[in-house]
Design a protein. Structure first.
Length: 432
C-alpha cells in the first residue's frame, strides 16, 4: 500500500484560523494597554484627605441626618450648599449656592464670625455652625463709612438705610418689629425712645446726631423703665383738665382701661380700630347713651378714637407737621403752628385720659351734618358727657370746634355746664 503525503485540507484551515485569532487578541491587548497608559497620564490621583468631616455624638449609632461639623476652603457637597443658603438668608453671602466652598463662601463665613463674636478664621467649625443654624444668629449689619454724612431718615422713608437702622435699634433692644426697611410708627417710636435715653431731641427724626450716636460705641442698650402707677381719673371730685396750659406728665396712664372692641355691644356701636381702649366708667356711660339713642330710632354709631398714649399722640402730631411741610411747602415752624390748631400737643390731648371719644358714622365723611350728631349734641349731657370743643369757645379752649369729640366728666358736672353754657375751663375756674 502507498503512504499519503501531508494532512487533510480541513486540518490546515483550522490551524491557520487559530494562529490568526491568537495574533488579533495580542494586538487588541496591546492597544488597550496603550490607551490605559494614556488616560492614566492625564488623570490626577484622588486626594485621600476628606474635604468634609462629619462627627456624631455616638459613631455606633449615627443619626439619620448627620450634622456637619467642619467646612473649609475647597470643601464640596450638599452640606456646603445648605451652609451657603443659610448665609444668604442672614445677608452674609450674595453669590450662587453651588455647593463649593470657595473664596466667596470663606469671606462670608469670616464676616459672620466677626459679627457674632467668633474667631474669624473662615473655617465653619462646630461653634460656627451651631450658632449659624440657631435662632441667636445675627443678621448681617453693614458698617457705615465713618467719613460719610448719615442721611436724615424720617416717617415714610424706605430702603436699605432704614433697614440698617432698624437692625441696629433691634440689637440695642429699642425695636422689636420686622426689619423691612419701612420707617413706620414702630420704627419712629423706637427712635424716640433711643433719643430720650441718649439725651437727644426726641423728635422721632433720625438725623445726623441721632445716627452718629446710634452707630457709635457710646450707644447703650435700652433701659427698661418701671411701669408707671395708673391714675384713677375719676377719683377726684372735679373733672381732670387737660389742655396746652395743663399737660399731663409723660408717664401718665389712666387706670381701669377696657378693650372697647371686646367690651362694647357691637349691635349698638362699631369700634373702628381693634384694640381701642377707654376707661370703664366712661365706656359704660357711652353704652347707656347709645341704648337711649337706639330707643329713639337713632343708630349707626362708630367710635373712631378713644384712649391714646402720649407717644401715639406724638406720632400723630409729627405726621401732621410733615404733611403740611410736604404738601403745602410750609416751614417747620409754620407747620407746627398749623398743626396745633387741630391736633393737640403730646401730653395736652384729652384722649390721654381715656375719657374722650371721637364719635362718627361709618362711611360718612362729615359727622356734623348727620342725625347722629344732632341727637348727641342734644342728649349727651344727660349721660355725663360734654361737647368739649364748641365754636363759641375756641378762644378759651384753644382748639377749633370739633362736633364729633365728646368728653366724660360725670352727670353732676355735665348738666351744670350745659345749663350755664360753660366749657370745662370756665366751669373749673368758677368752681375753684
Amino acid at each position: 500500500m502507498k503512504k499519503k503525503s501531508g494532512g487533510s485540507p480541513l486540518g490546515w484551515i483550522l490551524a491557520v484560523a487559530l494562529i490568526c485569532a491568537v495574533v488579533m487578541v495580542g494586538l487588541a491587548a496591546a492597544a488597550n494597554r496603550q490607551q490605559y497608559s494614556a488616560e492614566a497620564a492625564i488623570t490626577p490621583t484622588p486626594s485621600i484627605t476628606p474635604r468634609t468631616v462629619r462627627i456624631t455624638e455616638d459613631p455606633a449609632q449615627p443619626t439619620s441626618t448627620p450634622t456637619p461639623r467642619l467646612f473649609q476652603l475647597n470643601a464640596v457637597g450638599l452640606e456646603v450648599k445648605q451652609l451657603q443658603q443659610r448665609l444668604q438668608e442672614l445677608g452674609y453671602y450674595q453669590d450662587a449656592a453651588d455647593g463649593q466652598y470657595g473664596a466667596g463662601t470663606r469671606a462670608a463665613v469670616q464676616t459672620f464670625q466677626q459679627q457674632n463674636g467668633l474667631e474669624a478664621d473662615g473655617i465653619a467649625g462646630e461653634d460656627t455652625l451651631n450658632l449659624l443654624y440657631s435662632a441667636q444668629a445675627r443678621v448681617f449689619t453693614a458698617t457705615p463709612t465713618p467719613s460719610a454724612t448719615p442721611e436724615t431718615l424720617t416717617s415714610g422713608s424706605k430702603g436699605e438705610q432704614v433697614q440698617r437702622m432698624q437692625q441696629r435699634l433691634k440689637e440695642l433692644g429699642f425695636y422689636t418689629g420686622a426689619i423691612d426697611g419701612d420707617y413706620g410708627r414702630g420704627t419712629r417710636t423706637a427712635v424716640i425712645t433711643f433719643q430720650q435715653q441718649h439725651g437727644l431731641d426726641a423728635d422721632g427724626i433720625a438725623g445726623q446726631k441721632t445716627l452718629q450716636m446710634l452707630y457709635s460705641d457710646a450707644a447703650h442698650a435700652m433701659e427698661v423703665t418701671p411701669t408707671p402707677e395708673p391714675i384713677h381719673v375719676m377719683a377726684d371730685g372735679m373733672p381732670l383738665l387737660v389742655n396746652k396750659e395743663h399737660p399731663l406728665p409723660g408717664d401718665f396712664v389712666p387706670a381701669d382701661l377696657v378693650d372697647m372692641s371686646m367690651y362694647c355691644d357691637s349691635s349698638l356701636v362699631k369700634i373702628k380700630y381693634k384694640g381701642t381702649q377707654g376707661v370703664r366708667e366712661a365706656v359704660d356711660a357711652l353704652m347707656e347713651m347709645l341704648r337711649a339713642a337706639q330707643a329713639d330710632g337713632v343708630t349707626g354709631w362708630q367710635v373712631s378714637a378713644a384712649y391714646r398714649s402720649i407717644s401715639e399722640q406724638q406720632e400723630i402730631f409729627d405726621d401732621s407737621v410733615a404733611s403740611y411741610m410736604k404738601d403745602r411747602g410750609m416751614s417747620r415752624t409754620r407747620a407746627i403752628s398749623a398743626t396745633s390748631k387741630t391736633v393737640a400737643d403730646p401730653g395736652a390731648s384729652e384722649h390721654h385720659t381715656g375719657l374722650a371719644f371721637d364719635i362718627t358714622v361709618p362711611n360718612i365723611a362729615s359727622f356734623k351734618s348727620t342725625k347722629q350728631c344732632k341727637w348727641m349734641h342734644d342728649h349727651c349731657w344727660d349721660y355725663g358727657f360734654v361737647v368739649r370743643y364748641q365754636a363759641d369757645k375756641e378762644s378759651i379752649t384753644g382748639f377749633l370746634a370739633e362736633a364729633w369729640h365728646i368728653r366724660y366728666v360725670g352727670r353732676e358736672h355735665s348738666v351744670v355746664m350745659r345749663d350755664r353754657n360753660l366749657c370745662l375751663e370756665e366751669y373749673l375756674a368758677i368752681a375753684q
